[in-house]
Design a protein around this ligand. Sequence first.
Ligand SMILES: NC(=O)c1ccc[n+]([C@@H]2O[C@H](COP(=O)([O-])OP(=O)(O)OC[C@H]3O[C@@H](n4cnc5c(N)ncnc54)[C@H](O)[C@@H]3O)[C@@H](O)[C@H]2O)c1
Length: 360
Amino acid sequence: MNGKIKVGVIGCGVVASTHAENFLKNDGVEVKWACDLAEKKARSLARKYSIEKTATDYRQVIQDPELDCVSVCTDHASHTPIVIDALDAGKHVLCEKALGATKKGMDQMCDAHARNPELVFSGVFQHRFDPALRALRRLVAGGVFGTLLNASVQMRCLRTNEYYRGDKWRGTWAQEGGSLLINQSIHFIDALLWIVGGAEQVCGAHANITHGGVIETEDCAAAALRLKCGALGTIEATASSHLEWEPTISLHGSAGSVEIRDKKPVKLKFEKTQDEETVLRELSGDAGPGPGESSKAHYGTGHPAQIADFLDSVRHERAPFVSGEDARHAVDVVLGIYRSHKTGGWVDINGCKNKEMQAI
Ligand SMILES: NC(=O)c1ccc[n+]([C@@H]2O[C@H](COP(=O)([O-])OP(=O)(O)OC[C@H]3O[C@@H](n4cnc5c(N)ncnc54)[C@H](O)[C@@H]3O)[C@@H](O)[C@H]2O)c1
C-alpha cells in the first residue's frame, strides 16, 4: 500500500501511550483516532500525541473509510468483539496480549481473519523481538543443545492488592480471563513455546494465596508441559514475590544447558567449550532498540520493533512476524492450565476445539 498509514488506538489506558508513541516513530504514519469508553482517557491520549479525533465507541472509529489499522489496547475479554468488527470493517489489526480470554473468542477472531485474509492480523508478543530470545530460538533450531530434555519458565513478579483494585477488569474471570498466567506470565510462556516449537499437552494447578477477597483469579501457578519436540517442560509462577519482575527461561539438552534471567544468561554449561562460547556470544549480543519513553521497563524493548514490523507488513502486504493465529498458542496453553486445574488431568492443546474448552 502507498501513502500515509492511518491508525486508531482503541483503549487509552496504561499501554496505549506505548502504542501511540511507537506508531509515531515511523515515517508515513498518522495516529488519527484515540478511542476509550472513558472520554477523558481518549482526550488525554489525543492531547499527548496530537491525535485528531476521539471517540467512546470503537464502531465509530472502524467506520472511518480513511482508517487503515487499529491497535487494540483494551481488557482481554473485549479484544474479541473489537478484533472481529475491525477485520470485518476492512481494517488491519494489531491486538495486545493476551489475544483472547476464551477459546471460543479466539476461534471467532481467527474465523474473521479467514474471511478477510488480505488483512494483517497480528498479536502483540513484543518479547519475540528481544535479541537474546531470538538468538536462543536460532540456537535451539541449529541443534547446539543436542536433544532437548527440559524447558521451563519461572515467572516471579509482584502485583499488589492496590494494583488489582485500580481497574475493575483485573482479577476477574469474565474480563481478564485469569490473572498471573494470562496477563504477566504469558509473555514468557509464549517465548518458551516459540523457542522450543510449541506444546502438545499441559497439566497444571493454580491458587489464590495472598490476594483472597481482592481477586477471584490466580496469584500462583505451576504446570507441566509435554512439548511437541519431545521434551518435558514446566511453568512456575507467582505474583506475590518480592522479586518485582523476574522471568527465567531454562533449557537443558543432551549437549548443554542455559538459564536466561530477564534476557541475560546467568548459567551456561555445554559439553564442548566451543559450543559454550558460541552460545554465550550469541546471547550476549546487542540489546536492541530502547523501549521508548512511554514504556515501563518490564515491557522490554520489543514494542518499537513489533509496531515497525506490523506497519511494514501492512505496507508490503505480507504476513506479520507474530500473526494473531500464532499469538493464540500461549493463550491456549494457559486456558489448558485453567481447565486442567478443574479436571485434574492432562489437557490436549490440539484438542482445545472441544466443547469443554469453549466453556472456560
Ligand atoms: N505487551 C505488554 O507489555 C503489555 C503491557 C501492559 C498491558 N498490556 C495489555 O494491553 C491491554 C490493555 O492493558 P492496560 O494495562 O493498558 O489496561 P487499562 O485498563 O489501563 O486500559 C484499558 C482501557 O481500555 C478501555 N476499554 C475497555 N473496553 C473498551 C471498548 N470496548 N472500547 C474502548 N475502550 C475500551 C478502558 O476504558 C481502559 O481505559 C491488555 O490486553 C493488557 O494485557 C500489554
